[in-house]
Design a protein around this ligand. Structure first.
Ligand code: NDP
Length: 480
C-alpha cells in the first residue's frame, strides 16, 4: 500500500519518527494508503530549509516568481485527471464535483495569484510642502498554512498561492484526512522550478504537527481554515507570540427566501447550496427561512427535488451526493439528526445512513435531510453540523427573517432571494456576515474579500486582501 511522504527542501522524505497513520477511503471505509505522522522534528527541518530558501525566493524578481507559479498552475492542469481522482477518493466527493470545482479552482488559485502579484502596488502619501510617505510591502518570511478536509486542494492552494506570490516561504499542512492532492503538489512544484525549501508540505495530526507549526517561533504568520474551536485554540496560542493571524472558521449560514423571488431559479440553486459536497462547504446554507405565503409551496417542491437526489459512490456519474468524509464525521451528523428529533423537529425526508451495495457497503453515506418545526434558537439551528442536513422555517416579516438569520454566533455568508431591489440592498446591509449572495450562490470572483464575522473568523482572504496579509507594510517618510 502506498506510503505518502512529506515534501521538505524539495525532497520527499519519511517523518523522522518513522510513524505513519492510516488514510481511509470514505467511499468504502477501507484504509488505502498511509501518511506521515509528522511532529515538531519535521517542522524544525522544514523551517531550516525555508530559512535557507527565503533570501533566494524573496529577492527573486516578481516576474520570475510569477512565471514559476504560472507553471505550477499549468502543472496541475496537465495532470487534471490524476488530481481529480485523488481528491474524490480521499474525500468521498463525486468525481464530477472534483472535476468541475475542486481541481479547476486550485489551478485558478495559482494562476490568479501568479498574475495578481504583478499588479500589486503599494501606496504613497504626499504631505504638501513637507515631504512624501511611501509604503513598502515586504514578504513576512516563513509562514504557516493549515487547511481542512472539505475542499482539500482548493483551500490549500487558496493560502499557499498568495503566500508564495508575495515572496514568503511556506510550511503547509493539509488535513490528515485528505492528504493526497497536497502530496502530489510537491511533484508539481518541483517540476515548475520552485526552488527547494520555498514550499514544504508536512502531513500528520493537527494536535501534533499542526501544533508544532503554530508554536514555532520562526513561523511569523498563520493562515488557518477550519473549525471555530481549533481557530480559538490557535488564536490563544499564536497571538501572545505576536504572529499575524488569518482565521477562516465555521458557519451556520442562513438562506432567506422572499415570496417575490424567481421561484424556479431559487429552488434549483437552494438544492445546491444545501447539499453540494454533501453539505460540507463552509458556504452551504443550512437554515432556510421562507416567507410564510410560499412556505408550503416551497416545502413540497424542495422535498420532492431532494428526494430525487442520488446518493452513490463517488465515481458513479449519476451521484449528486457521495460519501461524507469520515466515520466520526458521519456519526456527528447522525447525532445532530437525533438531536433535531429530540428538540421537536420533524424529518421531512432523509434522516438516515445509506448502505450501498458491495464494495461500498461500509462507506459513509447519508441521505440528504430536511427538517422542519424547530425553534430558531435551538441547538440544531445554532450549531454547525457541516453535513447534508438543512432546516426550513417560515417567517412573516423582513425584521423577523433578519432576526433569525443573525441569531447565531457565526457570520460567514447570507443568501438572499428576492426581486425587490430596495429590499435586497437593505437586507444585505443588515446581514451579519462577511459575504452576501443575492439571487445566487457560490459565485466567486477571486478578487473579492473572503471571510466571516463573529465566530466565523478574523481577517479576509482573496485578492489584494491576501497579498496584504502575507506582506508587512513599512512606511518610509522623505523630508523635502
Ligand atoms: P479542524 O479545525 O478540525 O481542522 C482544520 C485543520 O487544522 C486540519 O488540518 C487539522 O488537522 C488542523 N488542526 C487541528 N487541530 C490543530 C491544532 N491544535 N493546531 C494546529 N492545527 C490543527 O476543521 P476540519 O478539518 O474538521 O474542517 C471543517 C471546519 O472547517 C468546519 O467548521 C468548516 O466550517 C470550516 N471551514 C471554514 C471555511 C471558511 O472559509 N471559513 C472553509 C472550509 C471549512 P487534522 O485534520 O489532523 O485535525
Amino acid at each position: 500500500m502506498k506510503k505518502l511522504q512529506n515534501y521538505i527542501d524539495g525532497k520527499y522524505q519519511d517523518p523522522l519518527c518513522g510513524q505513519f497513520i492510516d488514510n481511509i477511503e470514505p467511499a468504502t471505509g477501507k484504509v488505502y494508503s498511509y501518511i506521515p505522522d509528522s511532529d515538531e522534528q519535521d517542522v524544525e527541518v522544514a523551517v531550516n530549509a525555508a530559512e535557507k530558501a527565503f533570501p533566494i525566493w524573496s529577492k527573486m524578481s516578481t516576474e520570475e516568481r510569477s512565471q514559476i507559479l504560472v507553471r505550477l498552475s499549468e502543472g496541475i492542469q496537465n495532470r487534471m485527471d490524476e488530481f481529480v481522482q485523488a481528491e474524490s477518493r480521499d474525500n468521498g466527493k463525486p468525481v464530477t464535483l472534483a472535476a468541475h470545482v475542486d481541481i479547476p479552482r486550485a489551478v485558478s488559485n495559482f494562476h490568479f495569484f501568479a498574475t495578481a502579484i504583478t499588479h500589486f502596488s503599494s501606496e504613497s502619501h504626499y504631505m504638501e510642502g513637507l515631504g512624501l510617505n511611501y509604503t513598502l510591502r515586504k514578504p513576512i518570511g516563513i509562514v504557516g498554512c493549515i487547511s481542512p478536509w472539505n475542499l482539500p486542494l482548493y483551500l490549500f492552494s487558496w493560502k499557499i498561492a498568495p503566500a508564495l506570490a508575495a515572496g514568503n516561504c511556506v510550511i503547509a499542512k493539509p488535513s490528515e484526512i485528505t492528504p493526497y492532492t497536497a502530496y502530489l503538489l510537491g511533484e508539481v512544484a518541483k517540476e515548475a522550478g520552485l526552488p527547494d525549501g520555498v514550499l514544504n508540505i508536512l502531513h500528520g495530526l493537527g494536535h501534533r504537527v499542526g501544533d508544532a507549526i503554530i508554536k514555532h517561533p520562526k513561523i511569523k504568520a498563520i493562515s488557518f481554515t477550519g473549525g471555530t474551536k481549533t481557530g480559538e485554540y490557535i488564536a490563544r496560542t499564536a497571538a501572545p507570540m505576536f504572529k499575524k493571524l488569518s482565521l477562516e472558521l465555521g458557519g451556520k449560514n442562513p438562506v432567506i427566501i422572499f415570496a417575490d423571488c424567481d421561484f424556479d431559479e431559487m429552488l434549483s440553486t437552494t438544492i445546491r447550496s444545501s447539499f453540494a459536497n454533501q453539505g460540507q462547504i463552509c458556504l452551504c446554507g443550512s437554515r432556510i427561512l421562507v416567507e410564510r405565503s410560499i412556505y408550503d409551496k416551497f416545502k413540497e417542491a424542495f422535498v420532492s427535488k431532494v428526494e430525487k437526489s442520488v446518493v452513490s459512490y463517488p465515481s458513479d456519474p449519476k451521484a449528486n451526493l457521495g460519501a461524507v468524509v469520515s466515520e466520526p464525521h458521519m456519526e456527528k451528523i447522525l447525532s445532530y439528526i437525533e438531536l433535531a428529533k429530540e428538540e421537536g423537529g420533524t424529518i421531512l425526508t432523509g434522516g438516515e445512513r445509506v448502505i450501498l451495495d458491495a464494495p461500498y457497503q461500509d462507506g459513509y453515506y447519508i441521505r440528504p435531510t430536511v427538517i422542519e418545526g424547530l425553534a430558531y434558537n435551538c441547538r440544531t439551528n445554532q450549531e454547525e453540523i457541516f453535513g447534508p442536513v438543512v432546516t426550513i422555517a417560515p417567517f412573516d416579516t423582513e425584521e423577523e427573517a433578519l432576526m433569525m438569520a443573525n441569531s447565531t454566533q457565526y457570520g460567514l455568508q447570507t443568501t438572499l432571494w428576492t426581486s425587490d431591489l430596495k429590499r435586497a440592498h437593505r437586507v444585505a446591509d443588515e446581514a451579519q456576515s462577511g459575504i452576501v449572495w443575492i439571487n445566487s450562490w457560490l459565485v466567486r470572483d477571486l478578487r473579492t474579500p473572503f471571510g466571516g464575522v463573529k465566530a466565523s473568523g478574523v481577517g479576509r482572504e482573496g485578492g489584494l486582501e491576501a497579498l496584504r496579509f502575507f506582506t508587512e507594510a513599512k512606511n518610509v517618510f522623505v523630508k523635502y
